[in-house]
Design a protein around this ligand. Structure first.
Ligand code: ADP
Ligand code: MG
Length: 293
């Protein structure tokens, strides 16, 4: 049987856009030590816009952007959308590409004629064992310092361009971190994005600890890492690649319209994309305990 107080709390919660799929999750939420947030789409809006770009000698910006947009053509990733929109705004016609493939947590690839083309971030460069030429490196450093995500265009093993994309931190995020701190909770951020971006966002929000350049399959390992330190952990995420981490956490919280996979993996679902609802639901779980005593 479900304790009455929990049942009532659950229906109150539902009216505020908080759905409790697993009542044990609400009870576990009282005992937490740390809350881990996925960065993109959770602490930030997730919408990416191209704010700057640089090309190697022999390339012009429009052809580099058009090629990147073509290769990103079949990707649903917000980074892909940002690059496609930038090309659309300039009304560029895109070259034909084929054999598109998404490289999870790294980028995308396709072929244009005889050329192999890749678009992606630092983990892609690592996999391809590519060094960034100094010209693009200084562009990347500048963008990184501003907290922008840097994405590279590679053709036939040569880096030809870099794009700086900026995502926007949600208005509420800073307050969320402060409130969780005042509740005695440690706040951790988890992201597939670069070290530089993670560092900038964590500093801006006053986040205690972050893990960056985490491949999708390794997000749940980071949850386990904290649990192995004896901590009870909540994980807040929205994406398909957050699902294993949501399951692994003591309390999994899916946020926003979320993907079905994320929603099915979470004990608690926050219908709106407002991270302040994380604070609300944790306070609600603590209030429930007081009523029961
Ligand atoms: P997150 O959910 O933290 O954004 P992802 O695993 O979706 O993490 O992406 C991690 C990184 O992989 C991105 O920051 C980017 O560097 C690279 N990446 C993933 N998909 C794409 C894509 N379609 N185009 C370019 N880069 C990508
Ligand atoms: Mg995400």
């Amino acid at each position: 049987a479900v304790p009455l107080v929990v049942a009532i709390t659950t229906s109150v919660a539902a009216s505020k856009g908080v759905l409790v799929r697993d009542r044990l999750a609400l009870e576990a939420a009282r005992e937490l030590d740390a809350v881990i947030f996925d960065k993109t789409g959770t602490l930030t809006t997730g919408k990416q816009g191209v704010v700057d770009m640089a090309v190697m000698e022999g390339w012009d910006k429009d052809s580099a952007l058009a090629l990147a947009a073509a290769v990103e053509g079949d990707s649903e990733h917000m980074i892909a959308r940002g690059i496609q929109e930038a090309a659309q705004k300039k009304e560029l016609s895109l070259p034909k590409v084929r054999e598109f493939e998404a490289l999870k947590g790294r980028g995308v690839r396709a072929r244009r004629g005889d050329h192999r083309v890749f678009v992606g971030g630092p983990r892609l460069l690592e996999q391809l064992e590519l060094e960034v030429p100094s010209m693009l490196q200084s562009f990347a450093n500048g963008a990184g310092e501003k907290g922008q995500t840097v994405i590279y265009l590679i053709e036939d093993e040569a880096l030809v361009a870099a794009f700086a994309l900026s995502d926007v931190i949600r208005e509420e995020s800073k307050e969320v971190v402060e409130q969780l701190h005042s509740m005695g909770l440690e706040v951790v951020m988890l992201t597939g994005d670069s070290q530089e971006v993670a560092k900038a966002v964590a500093a801006e929000l006053g986040i205690d600890h972050y893990f960056a350049e985490v491949l999708p399959d390794h997000k749940n390992d980071k949850v386990s890492e904290l649990q192995s330190q004896g901590k009870k952990v909540a994980m807040v995420g929205d994406g398909v690649n957050d699902a294993p981490a949501l399951i692994r956490a003591d309390v999994g919280i899916a946020i926003g319209s979320g993907t079905d996979v994320a929603v099915e993996s979470a004990g608690i679902i926050l219908v709106k994309s407002n991270p302040m609802d994380v604070v609300r639901v944790l306070k609600l779980s603590r209030a429930t305990r007081r009523k029961m005593i």
